[in-house]
Ligand binder design. Structure first.
Ligand code: PAP
Length: 319
């Protein structure tokens, strides 16, 4: 970790392609505008910044990786499309398509491989997803008042989920290595505290533009949060829907156990990133709150808690 400890002194500010800059490179990551990214992800983020054309009625589902993106995509898709596809329908798209494929990411598959112009073909209002921090999103997103749903999760569970996911393709990636880099803020789109703080502050300032949700709270009270999500997406449930149990139907269809059991999610391999084929089932691991306790030592947990608490201090954001 000696070379990683030099982070501040390595900042060169060297410019690349004019206005954008790589401040430093460490291990497999480069820092781009305050965010750690793999170089190929950075190229893609730059292309999003340069070419994404937001529309005022776009909704972005924003997450730090492994905070419950798949779940949020499933829920938001089901809520917004429920007039065309009832959650109980045996032809519901979630029964034949992976939730990751129903709501496209801005930056994936990498936009140097699949042009961002593909997003232009989607009809409005578009439901899109992103891991890009708020500070790096193209200015057209805030300027047009696009709404954002942000899902946050206990960083310890995020670390464990990320480690399990990455170690599927990098077998040498131990929990010790994952812990060291994550607690220094170095993980895709990291640091996690900067990522969540950006959306948290915006949600505090503009609650009608950014809805800030938490994974553990959604797990504890899914019906309440799905109603909240529907109101924010401007498709509130009617009284009749509530009394018919439509909210519970949505919660059930999008639940971890239900989605995991569907063949399109439990079998097969898909390359959604760009040159990184992953098993479809790798997006459905345990779906639990607090699984970190099975993988982190008490010392690791306390250390990460202390780091995150210190970084979030004074913001009002707690986990
Ligand atoms: P991404 O950020 O890489 O796109 P994301 O869905 O956030 O994917 O990561 C997968 C995590 O969401 C997994 O967490 P775990 O490793 O702690 O288990 C996965 O289990 C969880 N997940 C996927 N679907 C659901 C769901 N329907 N309900 C709750 N959690 C889910």
């Amino acid at each position: 970790m000696a070379e990683e400890a030099q982070s501040e002194s390595n900042r060169s500010g060297a410019t690349e392609e004019g206005e954008s800059h790589v401040a430093e490179a460490r291990g497999v990551y480069v820092m781009y505008q305050g965010c750690w990214l793999r170089p190929r992800a950075m190229q893609s983020v730059k292309l999003v910044q340069q070419h994404f054309k937001a529309r005022p009625d776009d909704t972005l589902l924003a997450t730090f990786p492994k905070c419950g993106t798949t779940w949020l995509k499933a829920l938001a898709f089901t809520v917004t499309n429920r007039l065309d596809h009832a959650a109980t329908s045996d032809t519901h798209p979630l029964l034949t398509r992976h939730p990751q494929d129903l709501v496209p990411f801005l930056e994936m598959p990498y936009r140097q491989l699949h042009p961002i112009a593909d997003l232009e073909k989607l009809a409005s209002p578009r439901l899109l997803a992103t891991h890009i921090p708020i500070t790096l999103l193209p200015p057209c997103v805030p300027n047009l008042g696009c709404r954002v749903v942000y899902l946050f999760r206990d960083p310890k569970d995020v670390l464990v989920s990320l480690w399990q996911f990455i170690s599927k393709v990098r077998t040498e990636y131990t929990i010790d290595r994952a812990f060291d880099s994550f607690s220094e803020g170095m993980s895709p789109y990291g640091p996690i505290w900067e990522h969540s703080l950006g959306f948290w502050k915006k949600s505090m300032a503009e609650s009608d533009t950014v809805l800030f949700l938490r994974y553990d709270e959604m797990m504890a009270e899914p019906v309440k949060h799905v109603k909240m999500l529907a109101r924010f997406l401007r498709v509130p449930f009617t009284e009749q829907e509530v009394s018919r149990g439509v909210v519970e139907d949505v919660v059930h269809l999008c639940s971890f156990d239900k989605l995991r059991s569907i063949p399109v999610n439990s079998t097969g391999v898909t390359d959604r990133i760009g040159g990184v084929p992953m098993e479809n089932s790798s997006y459905f691991r345990t779906g639990k709150v607090g699984d970190w306790a099975n993988h982190l030592t008490e010392e690791m947990a306390n250390k990460l808690d202390a780091i995150v608490e210190e970084k979030l201090r004074g913001s009002g954001l707690i986990f």
